[in-house]
Design a protein around this ligand. Sequence first.
Ligand code: UD1
Length: 331
Amino acid sequence: MGYIGSHVTSLLLQKGIEVIVIDNLDNTRLEVLDGIESITGTRPIFKQMDVCDEHNLKAVFDEFHDIGGVIHFAAHKSVSESVEAPLKYYDNNLGGLQKLLKYAVLKSIPFIFSSSCTVYGQSETLPISESEPLKPPTSPYGNTKKIGEQIIEDCCQAYEGFHAILLRYFNPIGAHPSSKIGEFPKGVPQNLVPFLTQTVRGIRPVLRVFGSTYDTPDGTCLRDYIHVMDLAEAHIASLDYLLKNQNSDSCEVYNVGTGKGVSVLELINAFEKATGKKVPYEFADPRPGDTVAAYADASKIKTKIGWKAQYSLEEALKSAWEWEKSLERIE
Ligand code: UD1
């Protein structure tokens, strides 16, 4: 029921699929359920519990016998925090995954895993395809994604009938077009778009653009920003693909991105164009550990699963701004 999970939940409910949400509310708010209900007219079944809590997890799988798919989002995601508190990340991100896998494997339930383009590090080739060799992760957070992928691959090899898809997200941005759900960053946002929208709203004095002399067309980093609604659709399409047994391997991996590399300055310009708002920004030193350029070769998911991004960058940024304004009314 976090940022991405809430959008996927809304789409599933709108398609008439029953959803059981498990969340410990560590990094989200109970009001997200109200947002989902007002979008879809349905409230998902909600279990407030930790995915690492095996006793309660077993109770959920005992109570609901006909779970058709598991989509696993529950993970900590701050790169910097993971460097300071690696055990918190290994415990939660990998502990939760292993507990959940136990039940998914037991009942051969199709499994979708939230991975990240962070597993590629600074790729030698651009755009990055799934066959690109993975680099050693630069943070414990990145390592949990890489190890998580390996654990799932091992399970798919070992347990016949257990099938999974690993989705390597590029940079998710934006919010639901209704502005009823979106991202709630905890404290000072680390990611570009929430920091930018908070700056425009006056909560932060200025957006610092990390690095201006990179070897890119305008000197700022390139990323592949994907609308969270498109990303949510990619989960639905992947689950559908597994449920229809269209997969050729028991574990398949897909990039989820637009395929376009966008610089920080291009994103700022697109935001200004989409919203008519000026972004106060200044150039700052590069952020340690930042990758210069990362954007997806998104052809595999299109060919095999039939998904491709539909929203433009401007639409994504406009929705991020509408969401930011709606938070003003809540706070
Ligand atoms: C980061 C994580 C990635 C994670 C993703 C979650 C790293 C190395 N990667 O990706 O593992 O999955 O978040 O969304 O941390 N920028 C600024 N000023 C800011 C903030 C960001 O210029 O105040 C720039 C960054 O230098 C980067 C771009 O904006 O070029 C995007 O940054 P961010 O949103 O933090 O995402 P990533 O670093 O790509």
